[in-house]
Design a protein around this ligand. Structure first.
Ligand code: SF4
Length: 221
């Protein structure tokens, strides 16, 4: 499935700001915080404003945290702005103003959990790590495990499942991004578009004629 996903992502993946080659690791961190609970279309203009005003962790760390909360405005869940400001301060104090690339260092930042740490390591720095969000969990559940629903999350089990699928280190960032995009655009929760899916031929759930899910369903991740 790896090459099919990568080829599909190259042609069908959305042209999003955080996928541009010159996007900075700081931009990736800010975008991941914004995307945690806000749809892409609302994040894009706010991300641009935010990064124009605070293009580096040092710039944000030098401003009062209340400014970050006010700039967060209509994105909702303003606590994320406070976490981001605290991240900027920690990055300046402990990492010389550079967003770290190591997963454990990223996990030490305020408000950064297993998904965000690996997303930064992989998408900003090209690391060979599994990224797991709810979209990727759903694709693995259906394609590889034949289940309609991904079930409740388990960080250890979910990371192991994705790690087992990673291709070579050079290809793993595109594979991670492609799996996430497939779950967001094609293998959606309510209406999977299997006729558009690049891995339909090998999908265990589809090939079993879409059996009903048995057991607990997913909870909010
Ligand atoms: S074939 Fe359908 S259910 Fe299977 S991975 Fe593709 S979109 Fe999802």
């Amino acid at each position: 499935m790896q090459q099919e996903i990568i080829d599909w992502f190259e042609t069908e993946g959305r042209d999003l700001p955080w996928r541009q080659p010159d996007f900075t690791p700081w931009g990736s961190l800010v975008s991941e915080f914004m995307l945690q609970q806000t749809p892409v279309a609302r994040v894009i203009p706010k991300l641009d404003e935010f990064l124009t005003r605070w293009p580096t962790p040092a710039a944000l760390a030098a401003s009062p945290s209340g400014d970050a909360v006010r700039a967060w405005a209509n994105l909702g869940y303003p606590r994320r702005a406070l976490w981001l400001h605290a991240c900027a301060v920690t990055i300046v104090e402990k990492f010389d103003g550079q967003v770290p690339s190591d997963v454990d260092d990223l996990l030490s930042l305020p408000g950064v959990g297993p998904y965000t740490a690996r997303a930064i390591a992989v998408f900003a720095y090209g690391k060979h790590e599994p990224v797991v969000d709810t979209n990727i969990r759903r694709v693995i559940a259906r394609h590889n495990q034949g289940n309609a629903d991904q079930g409740p999350p388990s960080t250890t089990r979910d990371l192991e499942a994705m790690a087992a699928l990673l291709p070579t280190p050079e290809l793993s960032p595109a594979f991670n991004a492609g799996m996430m995009e497939l779950g967001a655009l094609v293998c959606t929760a309510r209406n999977p578009q299997c006729e558009l899916c690049p891995i339909a031929r090998t999908c265990a759930w589809k090939n079993a004629s879409y059996p009903e899910h048995v057991g607990p369903k997913k909870t909010v991740q």
